[in-house]
Design a protein around this ligand. Structure first.
Ligand code: SAH
Ligand code: F3S
Length: 459
């Protein structure tokens, strides 16, 4: 029986929410979960029986698209069994495909782009009352008035800006996330302070290009001002951000970081390629030498700084020699870790139109060679840290073994260790005993008994 519009009071039921992609999407999913709960729905892992199934999607590479398309098949069956189920696809892939998504998958009821996320409750009710299927994919809009609703009690994400104006030639983000839009400084500061006061001792600031922050604000501001404004927030032990763009990383930002004790000694600094010609065709705005100079200045100002990066191999026209320059730069920069990708042409981006695309087997071959090199560097750098005692913020017990805990150092490295009792959200000192490419297994030395009952130790 279909509900009539007059009877569309939220009925109790369940929702299934699956998130793909970056931290920005995880943040949006926290907002989505909060909205769904506001409708009286309870979270569920049961995709088949959930009253509302929501996919928060990514389209950064073709395999991200395919993952979502692949899952849609299951819902053809589920909806045959449960015709009242509402299937909603939101976020970047929804924005990219729009109407096509509805046409291709008759089982999908709702397509909500990146700027229409907040309409989820209203649109779900419309579908439930039989008003039809809908696509909402506007080109602008923000969710800045929605406050962060972190799912973890000790750690939180805060979006400081949406969109990106850089238009790197490989990247689809500006097309699906729109132009740069910064959240006002006072709003970010009050949100971070509130979260820290409520026990979120770690805050991750999010933006597609965080250090282009504030250029669009009135009065104009910048990322260094924001880091300064967050200095001394009570209860804030760890401040992180992702991702900055190397060409926008000013000396003032480096100084503001060094002057803020909460600022973690870890920066994710996407390199993308080591060859100047390739960097130029990617429209990155820096050379390999400039990148290395920036990394050296950062390391000089922030002792113990860990650097991670993103690298794309097999960008159109990249020769073997140019790829070798990426390997050389990786050897010189000595990143602690890296996300490494084979180039994936994205519809509508200049890169997809470049004539000299590299065959897939060659792209993958370069990727494997790069991964091998980076893994050996990660291992070497982790080996240097063996025997040290690191400050770890405990994230929780491991899923497989409840006596094994997982946490992160200020440098962002994962540490596993054995412990009794619930240490989630507490700081621990852990001796690093065994190293891997992803981090360490260590031995617990001591830990807080409640948040803040010791002074901060160096990691
Ligand atoms: N500035 C964003 C970038 C998001 S995309 C951020 O906040 O992280 C994350 C990474 O995906 C990029 O740094 C890049 O290395 C990779 N990437 C983006 N487009 C890609 C493409 N078309 N093919 C392969 N990798 C890509
Ligand atoms: Fe993408 Fe480049 Fe912006 S990687 S998100 S266009 S800085």
């Amino acid at each position: 029986m279909l509900a009539t519009p007059e009877t569309t009071v939220p009925r109790l039921g369940s929702y299934y929410l699956q998130t793909y992609g970056c931290q920005m999407n995880q943040y949006d999913s926290e907002l989505l979960a909060w909205m769904l709960e506001g409708m009286g729905l309870a979270a569920s892992d049961d995709a088949e029986r959930a009253d509302v199934a929501v996919f928060n999607t990514c389209c950064i590479r073709d395999n991200a698209d395919q993952k979502v398309y692949g899952r849609m098949g299951d819902f053809k069956r589920y909806k045959a069994q449960h015709p009242r189920q509402v299937l909603a696809v939101v976020g970047c892939l929804a924005q990219k495909d729009g109407e096509d998504f509805l046409n291709r998958f008759p089982q999908v009821d709702l397509v909500l782009g990146t700027h229409n996320v907040r309409e989820l409750p209203e649109m779900v009710l419309k579908v439930q009352s039989g008003e039809g299927r809908f696509v909402r994919a506007e080109k602008q809009g923000d969710t800045f008035d929605l406050l962060a609703r972190p799912t973890r009690r000790f750690s939180a994400m805060v979006t400081i800006s949406m969109g990106c104006d850089q238009w790197c030639t490989f990247c689809i983000v500006p097309y699906v996330r729109g132009r740069l839009k910064s959240k006002p400084v006072l709003q970010v500061v009050s949100e971070v302070r509130r979260l820290a006061r409520e026990g979120h001792r770690e805050v991750l600031l999010l933006g597609q290009n965080v250090n282009d922050y504030g250029r669009d604000l009135e009065p104009r501001s910048d990322f260094a001002d924001l880091i300064d404004a967050l200095r001394g927030a009570p209860g804030l032990d760890r401040l992180r951000f992702t991702s900055p763009h190397p060409a926008y990383f000013t000396q003032r930002v480096i100084e503001a970081m060094a002057a803020n004790p909460a600022m973690c000694e870890h920066v994710h600094l996407p390199l993308q390629a080591g060859d100047d010609q390739v960097l130029k065709r990617m429209k990155r705005g820096y050379t390999g030498a400039e990148f290395l100079d920036l990394a050296a200045r950062m390391r000089g100002a922030i002792p113990g700084l860990a650097l991670s990066t993103d690298i794309i191999v097999g960008f159109p026209g990249e020769t073997e020699e140019q790829f070798q320059r990426t390997l050389d730069l990786v050897r010189q920069a000595r990143f602690d870790s890296a996300f490494m990708f084979a180039y994936s042409p994205r519809p509508g981006t200049p890169g997809a139109l470049f004539k000299d695309q590299i065959p897939e087997d060659e792209r993958l071959d370069r990727l494997y060679r790069l991964i091998e090199l980076q893994n050996s560097i990660s291992m070497e750098l982790n080996a240097i840290r063996l025997g040290r005692v690191a400050e770890v913020l405990v994230e929780g017990p491991s899923k497989k073994d409840a006596s094994r805990y997982t946490g992160r150092t200020r440098c962002g490295r994962l540490v596993h260790f054995e412990a009794e009792g619930d240490l989630t959200g507490l700081m621990a000192r852990v001796r690093l005993e065994q190293h891997f490419t992803w981090g360490f297994v260590g031995e617990l030395q001591e830990h807080e008994t409640r948040p803040g009952d010791w002074s901060r130790a160096a990691a």
